[in-house]
Design a binder for this molecule. Structure first.
Ligand SMILES: [Fe+2]
Length: 256
């Protein structure tokens, strides 16, 4: 790495002027840990055919391991461990039948609300890796139960991974909030699409600040449909590639 960078100057984005890759590949990450690829159980893939199309695209992009994460959000997507595992079994069979070279597992993206607080007491959660569990919450306002929910998770033995922290607008005015979450023992997961500006310039700016401060732990596609994968493919052949490829994300430890 250092020999490649030796003698290179940084550009206006404070990045080294590395050549833009000619082949669209995210094999440098190997694994993805946030997506909606199970058919018909949330706002991601609508049917098995679409799941296979999306997974084939992921394999073509160089991913070898995927932990897909359907929403568990009682008001809209009332998934349970059973609905997730049933859908997973269906897709795993189809992966084999279609000769897609990919290992698929499933966890969940839990929405923090009163239902989640009860669920946490009632049954085991589905982790991404070991005791690490992906959670999200309202993008519009900070839930009053947030601190309690994170604390209860930790008391129950889980390590929260905060999904796409750059997308919570109520944190944008106070970058210290992100450090606070880290200090409390949470991991932070960046959406790759944020860096492309897919969710707007403010989200992109915050994601770049968090990257520069080294506050992220994982990156995820949060892919729901083909359009998202199109953006990821374009990003792999853009200067954004190096912003992600050059960061020490933990994704590769899911390649086991
Ligand atoms: Fe998601």
């Amino acid at each position: 790495m250092f020999s490649r960078l030796f003698g290179r100057k940084k550009n206006e984005d404070n990045q080294y002027d590395l050549p833009v890759p000619q082949v669209a590949s995210w094999s440098v990450l190997g694994a993805d840990m946030h997506s909606h690829f199970l058919p018909g159980i949330d706002d991601g893939s609508k049917n098995l055919e679409e799941s296979i199309l999306l997974l084939r695209n992921m394999a073509d992009l160089g991913y070898t391991h995927i932990v897909t994460t359907p929403h568990v959000f009682i008001d809209y997507y009332p998934n349970t461990t059973q609905t997730i595992q049933d859908a997973l079994a269906l897709v795993q069979t189809a992966i084999k039948e279609n000769n897609i070279n990919l290992q698929l597992k499933a966890a969940a993206e839990y929405y923090i609300d009163d239902y989640f607080m009860g669920l946490l007491e009632r049954e085991p959660l589905l982790p991404i890796y070991k005791n690490e569990v992906l959670v999200e919450f309202s993008m519009m306002f900070e839930p009053p139960i947030l601190a309690q929910a994170l604390f209860n998770m930790q008391t129950a033995g889980y390590k929260p991974i905060i999904a796409h922290p750059e997308r919570y607008v109520f944190f944008h005015h106070n970058i210290d909030k992100y450090r606070e979450l880290k200090d409390r023992g949470c991991l932070l997961q960046m959406n790759m699409l944020s860096i492309a500006g897919y969710y707007g310039q403010n989200v992109k700016m915050i994601a770049e600040q968090l990257l520069a401060k080294g506050l992220y732990d994982y990156c995820g596609t949060d892919a729901h449909h083909e359009k998202h994968l199109g953006v990821l493919k374009a990003m792999a052949c853009s200067k954004d590639y190096h912003k992600i490829a050059g960061y020490p994300f933990l994704n590769s430890r899911l390649c086991q």
